[in-house]
Write a protein that binds this ligand. Structure first.
Ligand code: NAD
Length: 478
């Protein structure tokens, strides 16, 4: 079985330990054994990135463009192969997995262009014979910590801007999905970046991630993952004055008003709540439906939901792949039991499935007529489980949508411009979707949330510069 090593200072280096990467669609299929670094190896990677920073921060923007553009081109050229690797290790159906790979390629291309568009400002001073320049400088070593649910797109949207703005990188992917990260690192290793500028350190969060967040040589941490780990990252960074950015969970509402097109509203609910097996931070897990069409909506969604084909992610006819891991499957079953214990009606019963290949399969679940205060509506489940909440009107819909600790994405289906405008203005979310699913975003505009979903500046698009650079103001006497 192939062993996949860490990439440190331009070399592939064996770690003291490794772990098997197992296909959730077929537990008998192992993708390979991936390195697990200890603290010492992690520190070596940080030291190399720290050493490489001085010259990379001064590198020409043409060099940065060339490297990032090459990475983007190769990802796009190999989209099918990388898509099937991603589907095999994470369980996302092959079409969705290939779509994620394409997005990763586009992100590298976008930031290649951004490297050429670095800007500053030149201003007059309020004092005579002085001029002022405001420029952006890279931070230094950026520690990148990512989750398993978008194993190539999230690394791409952190690594590409980090490098474009002149930072060096230590990157730790999720333990569950090191395969896509390794494939991405292998492409990066051939892009012409000087040694030490990009380093892949696979391993445990509590070892590798913890070493990143504690190291005084790591100037900034960009983290995507759960709220509980995000809290730990924040504490460590605040205590040593490091810059950090957190993207965490969601409990995203999709409001459906009685004047909406029912067919498309049901399609958007099905897509937003269940596609990617509900394992998206932007999943619409709370379906807030106006009283007059609630029952019709439930009937139409039930028909679609029960017809969804659950299966192996590599089978092109599969619509719902397996859950990514046994622990996530256990969590999903736990929340179904919590919903039932709380007295909610499970209208479409979700449960574990035995299919042709042994995997973490489950059928989707829909609870109806639920109370927004119930745990299944307040806590992130991260599985193919959604609820309906019946509301009287738009006012109640907005109040219900906002009654959550999270604030990532929020959607509304309506034919009324004034209802859409009111929702867009009053909903407490970083991203608003009007007559669209709550999940599914562009790569060239900001991504992020409010309340406990996010902390710090936005990711993606030009807004990424806020995190990956610091602003320097120079006064020049003439
Ligand atoms: P997780 O918090 O368990 O792990 C995320 C990463 O943190 C992993 O790489 C893990 O190894 C690392 N980690 C764990 N302990 C650590 C520690 N002590 N110090 C440093 N790093 C540590 O999250 P997950 O289960 O991989 O991902 C699912 C979560 O991610 C969900 O809550 C989901 O909503 C969220 N998510 C958010 C977004 C977003 O942009 N808002 C996008 C995707 C996923």
């Amino acid at each position: 079985m192939k062993q996949y090593h860490n990439y440190i200072n331009g070399d592939w280096i064996e770690a003291i330990d490794s772990q098997a990467n197992i296909n959730p669609s077929d537990l008998g299929d192992t993708l390979g054994h991936y390195a697990r670094a200890d603290q010492k190896q992690t520190q070596e990677a940080i030291d190399c990135a720290h050493h490489a920073f001085q010259s990379w921060s001064m590198s020409s923007i043409q060099t940065r463009f060339n490297c990032l553009d090459m990475i983007g081109s190769e990802i796009l050229a190999r989209k099918e192969e990388l898509g099937s690797l991603l589907a095999r290790e994470e369980g996302k159906p092959i079409a969705e997995a290939t779509g994620e790979v394409i997005r990763a390629g586009q992100i590298f291309k976008f930031y290649a262009g951004e490297a050429l568009r670095l800007q500053g400002e030149h201003l007059p001073s309020v004092r005579p014979n002085i001029s002022v320049e405001v420029n952006r400088s890279p931070l230094g070593v950026v520690g990148i910590i990512t989750p398993w649910n978008f194993p190539i797109a999230i690394p791409a949207w952190k690594i590409a801007p980090a490098l474009a703005y002149g930072n060096t990188v230590v990157f730790k992917p999720a333990e569950l999905t090191p395969g896509s990260a390794w494939a991405l690192a292998e492409i990066i290793s051939r892009s012409g970046l000087p040694e030490g500028v990009f380093n892949l350190v696979m391993g445990a969060g509590t070892t590798v991630g913890q070493t990143f967040i504690n190291s005084p040589k790591v100037a900034g941490i960009t983290f995507t993952g759960s709220q509980s780990t995000g809290g730990r990252v924040a504490q460590a960074c605040v205590s040593r004055g490091a810059k950090f950015q957190l993207e965490m969970g969601g409990k995203n509402p999709l409001v459906v008003l009685k004047d909406s097109n029912l067919t498309t509203a049901v399609e958007y609910a099905l897509n937003g709540a269940y596609f990617s097996t509900g394992q998206r931070c932007t999943a619409s897990s709370r379906l807030i439906i106006e009283d007059a069409i609630h029952d019709q909506f439930v009937d139409a969604l039930t028909e679609k939901l029960t017809a969804l084909k659950v299966g192996n992610a590599l089978d092109k006819t599969t619509q719902l792949g397996p859950v990514a891991s046994q622990s996530q499957l256990d969590q999903n079953m736990k929340y179904i039991a919590i919903g039932q214990d709380e007295g909610a009606t499970e209208h479409v019963r979700g449960g574990c499935l035995d299919l042709a290949t042994p995997g973490h399969y489950m059928s989707p679940s829909l609870f109806i007529e639920t109370d927004n205060k119930a745990r299944i509506n307040q806590e992130e489940i991260f599985g193919p489980i959604a609820t309906t909440i019946r509301v009287a009107d738009l006012e109640e819909a907005i109040a219900t949508a906002n009654d959550t600790p999270f604030g990532l994405s929020a959607g509304i289906c309506t034919a009324s411009l004034s209802s859409a405008t009111k929702f867009k203005t009053e909903c407490e979310a970083g991203m608003v979707m009007i007559n669209l699913p709550t999940a599914g975003v562009d790569y060239h505009v900001p991504f992020g949330g409010t309340k406990q979903s996010s902390y710090g500046s936005r990711e993606q698009g030009r807004y990424a510069a806020e995190f990956y650079t610091s602003v320097k103001t120079a006064y020049i006497g003439t």
